[in-house]
Design a protein around this ligand. Structure first.
Ligand SMILES: CC(C)(COP(=O)(O)OP(=O)(O)OC[C@H]1O[C@@H](n2cnc3c(N)ncnc32)[C@H](O)[C@@H]1OP(=O)(O)O)[C@@H](O)C(=O)NCCC(=O)NCCS
Length: 276
């Protein structure tokens, strides 16, 4: 999805009545301060095991995603807009990175951010069952609220009135009663220089192993025509296609779901079968 990286983050001075997912705007704590958020410049250990990204590392993780999604149609959809035609490529890149920093920070706060490979070779943003980043506190703490000011009028229409509702409604329609009870792979990206080393497989299997143990579905949207082939190898199946239609070019997203797999011991053999 989205070169001066925002140098400041936002920190809420939380009131006693801490926010939750059902909070209303009137309940938003009014006391907050902008604080400098120093990225922790620790490179990922040079081994190939999956590890969880801490909140101090959000900028590095976001930069990996920015590289991976530099030419992604959905990522560019909010940035390559007619009312920002005058923008330079540098300004577009800065906004692209910024958007991914907000999203990554929100997932560090509320979800699961994992990485594998040296220098954040690949990064995945997951929202675990029962979690979401829709609450106002997360919007504020992650800086997501800034998108109201950073996106152009057309970019805002695309992001807030087309993209977010389409994704929300589609996920609900596809998962039904499992909507709040499934793993959601919001982003996965491998730097172009690190592709083909099995990093995406490792990041996905890190969660699907747990999802299988717990009998949970996994859900994703994919914007790249080659990706369904990759995700099918990891147990996902296409459920439907959705389209973003405010640009000249139609942008198609594949919606895919992975059923949990049960490992059964049958006559001494390991057999895999889906639960549903
Ligand atoms: C999609 C993406 C994350 C794959 O990352 P990766 O680390 O190169 O993937 P892996 O090396 O783990 O490959 C996983 C499997 O897919 C296959 N695969 C990977 N890229 C492929 C390609 N371009 N064409 C066909 N198969 C491919 C691999 O052979 C592997 O299969 P195997 O384990 O059975 O051998 C990466 O290409 C990327 O970041 N793309 C741009 C961003 C994007 O589209 N993200 C997903 C949006 S939801």
């Amino acid at each position: 999805m989205d070169k001066t990286v925002a140098s400041a983050g936002i920190s809420i001075v939380e009131s006693k009545s801490t926010m939750n997912a059902g909070s209303h705007i009137s309940e938003v704590p009014t006391s907050f301060r902008i604080v400098a958020q120093k990225p922790k410049h620790t490179a990922t250990p040079a081994n190939d095991s999956v590890r969880i990204v801490s909140i101090e590392e959000y900028k590095e993780a976001a930069l990996c995603l920015a590289d991976a999604f530099a030419e992604d149609d959905v990522a560019r959809y909010f940035i390559d807009v007619p009312d920002r035609e005058h923008w330079s490529e540098e300004e577009r890149w800065n906004l692209h990175v910024e958007i991914l920093e907000y999203v990554t920070y929100a997932h560090c706060l509320k979800g699961l951010v994992t990485t594998v490979g040296p220098n954040y070779g690949a990064v995945a943003l997951w929202m675990p069952p029962g979690k979401n980043m829709d609450d106002y506190l997360t919007m504020f703490r992650s800086g997501m609220w800034r998108l109201y000011y950073r996106l152009s009028p057309e970019g805002k229409k695309r992001f807030f009135t087309e993209f977010l509702p389409l994704l929300h409604d589609t996920k609900h329609a596809v998962l039904g009663e499992h909507d709040d009870d499934s793993w959601y792979l919001v982003y996965i990206g491998t730097r172009p220089s690190a592709r083909g080393r099995g990093y995406a497989r490792k990041l996905i299997e890190h969660v699907t192993r747990k999802a299988d143990r717990d009998g949970k579905l996994c859900y994703l949207e994919s914007s790249n025509a080659i990706n369904p082939t990759i995700y099918r190898k990891l147990g996902f199946e296409e459920r439907r296609k959705v389209h973003l239609q405010r640009a000249e070019k139609d942008v198609e997203l594949d919606i895919m779901v992975r059923e949990p797999v049960r490992i059964e011991n049958e006559k001494g053999k390991i057999k895999k079968s889906t639960l549903n």
